[in-house]
Ligand binder design. Sequence first.
Ligand SMILES: Cc1cc2nc3c(=O)[nH]c(=O)nc-3n(C[C@H](O)[C@H](O)[C@H](O)COP(=O)(O)OP(=O)(O)OC[C@H]3O[C@@H](n4cnc5c(N)ncnc54)[C@H](O)[C@@H]3O)c2cc1C
Length: 638
Amino acid sequence: MAPKRYPTLSGALVALLGVTGIYARPSRCKSRAVGDPQILAADEVEEEYDYIIVGGGTAGLTVADRLTESGEHTVLVIEWGAYDNGTSVNTIAGGAGAFANQSHLFSFTSAPQTGLNNRTTAVIGGLMLGGSSGVNGLQVHRGHKDDYNRWNAYFGESNDSDWSWDGLLPYFKKAWHFHAPNEDTAEALDIKYDKSYWGEAGDVHASFPTFNWPGLRVEMEAFGEIEGVEFPPDSGAGSPGVYWYPTSADPTTMARSFSRTGHYDGISRDNYKVLTGHRVLNVVFDEDDAASGVRYVAKGAKGDADARSVSARKEVILAAGTIHTPQILQGSGIGAEELLKSAGIEVRVDLPGVGWNFQDHPLGGGASFDLADFPVSPQPGDLQSNASFREEAQAEFSESRSGPLTIASGNAACFLPLPVIAPSTFEDIASRYEAQDPASHLPPNSPPTIVAGYSAQQKAMAAAMRSHGSAYYNLFLRGGGSEGAIVFLHPASRGTVYVNPADPYFSEPVVDYRAMSNPVDVDIEVEFVKFTRRYFTETSMSEYGALESRPGEGVQSDEEIRDYVRANVSPSTFHPVGTSAMLPRELGGVVDQELRVYGVKRLSVVDASVMPDLPGAYTQQTAFAIAEKAADLIKARA
Ligand SMILES: Cc1cc2nc3c(=O)[nH]c(=O)nc-3n(C[C@H](O)[C@H](O)[C@H](O)COP(=O)(O)OP(=O)(O)OC[C@H]3O[C@@H](n4cnc5c(N)ncnc54)[C@H](O)[C@@H]3O)c2cc1C
């Protein structure tokens, strides 16, 4: 298929995309932290609430909103971070404003990664009211049918609560208010969407920029020259392929839309209270092993001399995220017996799955290309290199909330299955993975439930490797300049998040991604490099002066590529999941299908840590859908 050619657009931007107006700086949005009746001072916290939610992040605020809607139940959310409605949170352009502001993050160093030449990485997540949905890159995509059907299948015939694609689809629809792209941009760039996969009643907005880079269309169409690549009708259709997806932005203000704006701001309910700037140390139990409350300290406290307690009549709900929920569980005596004893924590439930099964999407380590002769303009780089283009963009955004500054981190990518990436080797890779002794790449002396759980995942993921319904490779497209941001969607390696035995409550946990600890992951990364080379040199992309910037001509043999991967891949795209996995207890699970923690009563987990394995997508949309479903499950047993 010959590629379509596009005229140079600089200056003709208005004609093609219908962009009009003059540009200026984003204005500050309203702030509500001071005097907000829902945010309590520490001494205003009452003795007891129906529900205590630990963590006011993506899942925590979603569940809090839903549990208080009817007015029947009281909820206290305890959030470690602060309320911040500043420009860095609200500005969407580039997608990294809030991420760049350290005051919204926790950030510490991982354990050295043996599979990555002992390199370490920064462990990062949102620490603010809104959590990681307040700092993320605003990309909104969900996983594929295979992903959620696999989650449900881990429970075999037992189907207490349907976590399959069909079971979750209503919650994807409930979580988001979808706004279609404007017609001119959709037509100019051939943006396909199908509203039947979305709802319009959600409180968090999924919208499109008013403008997008014309090079994206060229890059997307070139994928059509590769055998097996599909173009699903919508990013939410549940099928891998090449597609456009929305941004988590309010289309009126073009500011970030996230759990705080959707599930907290503007809501005034006497039964919905929030305590910010406080950190929960552990769950408190009654003599019947039922969670009865939590113990917490002010942010920054180094000891528990001033710790306070608050009681929960109905349930304690953990929503502290994949890194901190296991720390709280372990600090409450729920975890691997050996670990807890080494940290001097009294064992309440020997549950080895807590903190185990840690996964994130490895990033980079693939091939990158510069397009020296891409005849399409404007390109993203113009925002940096062309002062008048940037000033016009700024003026247009200020005047009419439109133009290039309505683009966050991007709206187009491919999500491709392994048989498409590696048609001649995927079967061999899947067979070798399937034949592994399940314990062979786990930490030494892993308990039997952990080995059994990995064995079940191994079978499921070997099937995923052979499936056209599971995406392994994600190349995030920018629309020109250079390309090569590759995300590995289903790594086989599993890591750990365990309390620091020397200081389990006040030091950050020990986070070991164990990235590339299973060598099959390196073999798949090798295929990613080869596929990326094919895309840039064997499709019409080759006409645009594609020059390989990394790993470069000197890296050709599989062994050389393996070395390159181990030296360059990052273990994280900031999509951590799996440390409180929703799996049967005998498979290393931490919560059941109703999200209740095994071995105790009245304690549940609702955040991204319950995902048993990664979806073939970034994680925020799935985290919101899980929280919506969790709220229904909790209300049903109230
Ligand atoms: C930099 C970055 C970029 C990302 N980009 C994207 C993207 O573009 N698209 C996408 O789909 N996904 C993205 N993600 C991932 C996505 O945002 C997360 O998967 C999702 O928001 C996780 O939701 P959660 O509820 O599990 O945790 P969070 O939203 O992180 O909530 C956890 C909350 O608990 C609080 N907390 C932690 N410990 C305690 C404690 N002991 N006591 C009280 N409070 C506590 C934290 O401060 C936080 O507010 C990104 C994430 C990051 C960090």
